[in-house]
Design a protein around this ligand. Sequence first.
Ligand code: HXC
Length: 260
Amino acid sequence: MIYEHIRTETDGRVARITLDRPEAMNALSVALMEEVGQALALFGADDGVGAVIITGNEKAFAAGADIKDMARLDYTAAMTRDFPFNAGGWEALNRFRKPVIAAVSGVCLGGGCELAMACDLIIAADNARFGQPEVKLGIMPGAGGTQRLVRAIGKAKAMELCLTGRMMDAGEAERAGLVAFVTPLDSLQERALETARTIAGHSLPSTMMIKESVNQAFESPLSSGLVFERRLFQGTFATADQAEGMAAFVEKRRPDFSHR
Ligand code: HXC
């Protein structure tokens, strides 16, 4: 597949999508997000892929939706086209069932922060800066910023960030619970790959069920979430990987998962 605004590659069971509009700080144009959707569709259908990394470049994960595109939008166009969800990548990511890691360096703003938060976990380089600066443009977050940020870091801090539009650095983001861990910039890709390899090396049915169950925590009261989790847990006993994982433990060897 030839892309114009992203690059993709696979390394064993790990796939990587690199946002590639450096001249615009990886601003998320509709065309770029279409390509993200196409790449996710391919990786989702590929049995050889167990985890995906989405990353940018050293200066920018993504500086938000493309302001030059948006400057031409009016309400009718935004509403009737359902902007930004007219670009397939947003819903594709929301629906994507395999684990996705955002490996973030540089600015991660607006739609960029929303894209990172739509991933399952964020690993940040020490130069990463996060924010929802839409308020400074006379708009507001529109792809999950006001919803996922408050769930990630709580109301007070989410309100403060969305209402002031200020950026927070990687250390503050880690303390606030937005990112899983911070690593020096020069080790970001290696640490993300290492984490993705660990995840992709586990049983795919198992990691998919864990992802679905953790996400369910945001959707349901505790009592139904616990039932949801228990049913998925019980379902793991129908997989070949459960038998292999437990046999390997008993036999003191590494499991050889078939992802079935
Ligand atoms: C389009 C962008 C862009 C963006 C940067 N650029 N951000 N183009 N959309 N979001 C372009 C600049 O116009 C410039 O192009 C080039 O990238 C380099 O940017 P500079 O501003 O010159 O770089 P710098 O001084 O280092 O500042 C970096 C920055 C700043 C802090 C990231 O560019 C900035 O504040 N960008 C906007 C961030 C923002 O407001 N994001 C939220 C967008 S709204 P030229 O051609 O001039 O060299 C949003 C809504 C989401 O995301 C809704 C749902 C998806």
